[in-house]
Write a protein that binds this ligand. Structure first.
Ligand code: PLP
Length: 366
């Protein structure tokens, strides 16, 4: 063909379809519950820091995100030299794939894992290998079974999106121990701030004590800064060194950096959001369960709702029914979950409206 041709693998990638943006029916208040955004917005202190940074938009940002790496270091007790910040954790995930994957390599993700993983894998010409899950949860044995001589990287969101399930830290350690030491294990802890389970850990200890494990995190979820695109990674020194060589020199903007510093220091805002999320997650699981729908137990800020396959009761029909009422959930066909919808936990008003809407839907209203 006489025109530019994308690299091998690129056109095999299914385009990422983000959570629907609201399409309001006239006069309806719209609740966007499709992208796991917080109903609280960021800390007021983060907003203030952001506005303050607007006074100097003519200046390039400090290129290593030093103030933010130091703030993250203080918050989690980490060496700032082992942190890299990025334009969302998406950028970090893509930088990792770009650094460690090439044509002929394989990277493993799980059946209902985050869709950015296969995209990052295939964008680098590598093959995306899918490991089966058990009960909508990553299965260490299945991942280990999928390892071949070509495996270079394993992606694991813990907790996972869109299922809301998690692996206890013992299982993560068993996974690490079972993988060849040259295989990079990427632990994506985007939802870690919402988890309160004794057997859960983000994986900082594993990163600190191995040469082949990294942990990524984000300011898009509990910190409410998704619009600013800011995430980070904690990694062994040799990985920080390699990734920094291809990272854009000014990949994080000053307003984003400043807002993130203020956000991570506002622990009261985070605690409020976590407690609210837990309360309404339990309430939603109970109430939706009472309607005869299955809800996968979640430790994150969203719930996975399973629908019957009989006509009139399907996930597709429920999605259309709720959308008309201004309640926008997330359909999951491209996550191999055609019979489920993911609902981000919203305001009390939104949560109650969804349960009310689902009750009417299950009762057969139109
Ligand atoms: C939302 C989310 C992220 C965060 O992505 P950003 O690019 O930081 O906004 C990362 N991983 C998973 C699994 C997510 O759901």
């Amino acid at each position: 063909m006489n025109r530019p041709v994308p690299n091998p693998g690129i056109l095999d990638i299914a385009p990422y379809t983000p959570g629907k943006s609201p399409v309001p029916e006239a006069g309806r208040k719209v609740f966007k519950l499709s992208a796991n955004e917080t109903p609280f917005g960021p800390s007021p202190k983060a907003l203030e820091a952001y506005r303050h940074a607007a006074d100097h938009l003519e200046d390039y940002p400090e290129g290593t995100s030093r103030v933010l790496r130091e703030a993250i270091g203080r918050a989690f007790g980490l060496d700032p030299d082992r942190i890299i910040c990025g334009a969302g954790s998406d950028e970090i995930l893509n930088l990792l794939a770009h650094t460690y994957l090439a044509r002929g390599d394989e990277a493993i993700s799980t059946a209902h894992g985050f869709l950015v993983y296969p995209i990052a894998t295939m964008a680098n010409g590598a093959r995306n290998v899918v490991a089966a899950e058990s009960n909508f949860t990553a299965d260490v044995d299945e991942i280990l079974k999928a390892v071949t001589a070509r495996t270079k990287l394993v992606w694991l969101a813990n907790p996972n999106n869109p299922t809301g399930t998690y692996l206890p830290f013992d299982e993560v350690k068993r996974l690490r121990a079972g993988l060849p030491s040259h295989v990079l294990l990427v632990l994506d802890a985007a939802y870690a701030d919402y988890v309160s389970r004794n057997d859960y850990e983000m994986g900082l200890e594993l990163v600190a004590t191995t040469e082949n494990t990294v942990m990524t995190h984000t300011f898009s979820k509990i910190h409410g800064l998704a619009s600013l695109r800011i995430g980070w990674m904690f990694a062994p020194a040799h990985i920080v060194d390699a990734v920094n060589r291809i990272r854009g020199p000014f990949n994080v903007s000053t307003p984003a950096m400043r807002a993130a510093v203020a956000a991570i220091e506002d622990t009261a805002h985070q605690e409020m959001s976590k407690a609210f999320t837990e309360q309404w997650r339990n309430w939603l699981a109970d109430e939706i369960g009472k309607l005869g729908l299955k809800v996968t137990p979640s430790v994150a800020n969203f719930v996975l709702i399973h629908f019957p396959t009989e006509k009139g009761r399907t996930a597709d029909e429920a999605d259309a029914f709720l959308t008309k009422r201004g309640l926008v959930l997330r359909g999951l066909k491209n996550y191999r979950l055609p019979h489920a919808l993911r609902m981000t936990i919203g305001t009390e008003e939104a949560n109650r409206l969804v349960v009310e809407g689902l009750r009417e839907f299950m009762a057969g209203s139109k």
